[in-house]
Write a protein that binds this ligand. Structure first.
Ligand code: NAD
Ligand code: WQD
Length: 337
């Protein structure tokens, strides 16, 4: 199949592009490079020995989308393009609504115009807000506490309404938990700009001496050691979940909403220990105040993804830490090198 991957140069997009190529699909990418480098795509081509048809452009630009759908017979679209930093979304809510929601609208309206009706959308466990219990099943109540989360929730509503109005669409809404790690080659990985917002890239930068110590945001949560618990999933497993979703959409399943997680939660201190084990060195850290908006525990019930997509995360926590370190060590400045 020919798959259009928006945001394909980004962290999850580049790994998914790779897995799509390995599974025998053709990939067309569009990315405006606002949070990525085209080098990631070059490396995907190097690893797979296959070509990616790359367009530098913005999904809010109907002109370039029209050009792509005219030049290629696209079977399915995976939409990764969007902004994703929770903290930044509170500073720049309008930019987040404009990029994420307007981008999705222009994309889906152009798809409809060209009769392309298979879409995979990157949602997030953030749509569960502060869950009443764990593990989280897909029927839990949805809520949002920041503009980034609101964009995901609003888009979910929009896609559900679209499906109700036209059930010839096939839509997979994938709610990711916490993607980490990198491709085992160490050639592609997460390349955050400036100080990482997320735990794992921060730890890997501490591990290689780029940052002095990790700040642990709170040790008074209601968890086994007081630090926040999350469901970390290897980005390669997550990417394979997208290949399964694309294959599933070809069977005309209608609307699918599933969690992509492992079903296992680890605390911040569990993660510190896991990285220490992989690197053989201590990870210095200090306990800091809680980060506003953080919750105690968040992990998936992964059963529905197994039933609907045949998805099961295979990689271990050790794989995640080792592959994240391999990427960080080989690319101390990300794709700048
Ligand atoms: P990323 O920033 O690495 O990738 C997003 C890509 O989209 C970037 O390459 C960026 O340049 C591009 N982009 C942004 N706006 C664009 C636009 N208007 N037109 C074209 N390209 C545009 O982020 P990621 O971690 O790979 O996340 C991918 C998607 O998954 C995002 O939608 C994100 O919200 C979602 N998600 C991510 C996580 C996570 O923890 N990484 C968790 C849940 C959901
Ligand atoms: C994990 C744990 C922190 C950094 C975010 C988004 C979510 C989704 C995934 C996109 C928490 C603690 C972190 C640090 C720390 N993204 N932490 N020190 O917050 O679960 O999820 O990314 O959809 O929407 O909110 O991930 O990696 O930021 O934090 O102690 O320097 O690590 O408090 O308990 P989070 P994270």
């Amino acid at each position: 199949m020919k798959v259009l991957v928006t945001g394909g140069a980004g962290y999850i997009g580049s790994h998914t592009t790779l897995e799509l190529l390995e599974a025998g699909h053709e990939v067309v990418c569009i990315d405006n490079l606002s949070n990525s480098k085209v080098e990631s795509i070059k490396r995907v081509e190097k690893i797979t020995g296959k070509n990616v048809c790359f367009y530098e452009g913005d999904i809010r630009d109907k002109g370039i989308l029209t050009k792509i759908f005219t030049e290629h017979k696209i079977d399915s679209v995976i939409n990764f393009a969007g902004y994703k930093a929770v903290g930044e979304s509170c500073q720049k809510p309008l930019e987040y609504y404009e990029n994420n929601i307007q981008g999705l609208l222009v994309l889906v309206m152009t798809m409809r115009e060209f009769g392309v009706k298979n879409l995979v959308f990157s949602s997030s466990a953030t749509v569960y807000g502060n869950p009443k219990s764990v593990p989280i099943t897909e029927d839990f109540p949805l809520s949002t506490s920041n503009p980034y989360g609101s964009t995901k929730l609003f888009i979910e509503y929009m896609l559900k309404d679209l499906y109700k109005s036209d059930n010839s669409f096939n839509i997979a809404i994938l709610r990711y938990f916490n993607p980490i790690g990198a491709h085992p080659s160490g050639l592609i990985g997460e390349d955050p700009k400036g100080i990482p917002n997320n735990l794992c890239p921060y730890i890997t930068q501490v591990a290689v001496g780029k940052r002095k110590e990790l700040g642990v945001f709170g040790n008074d949560y209601n968890t086994h050691d007081g630090t926040g618990v999350r469901d970390y999933i290897h980005v390669v497993d997550l990417s394979k979940g997208h290949v399964l979703a694309v294959n599933k959409l070809a069977e005309n399943p209608g609307l699918i909403i599933v969690n992509l997680g492992t079903g296992v939660g680890y605390s911040v201190l569990d993660m510190v220990k896991a990285f220490e084990k992989v690197t053989g060195k201590p990870i210095p850290y200090k306990i800091m105040p809680r980060r506003p908006g953080d919750i105690d525990e968040c992990y998936a019930d992964p059963k529905l993804a197994k039933e609907v997509l045949g998805f099961k995360a295979e990689k271990t926590l050790e794989d995640m830490c080792r592959d994240a370190m391999n990427w960080q060590t080989k690319n101390p400045n990300g794709y700048e090198d």
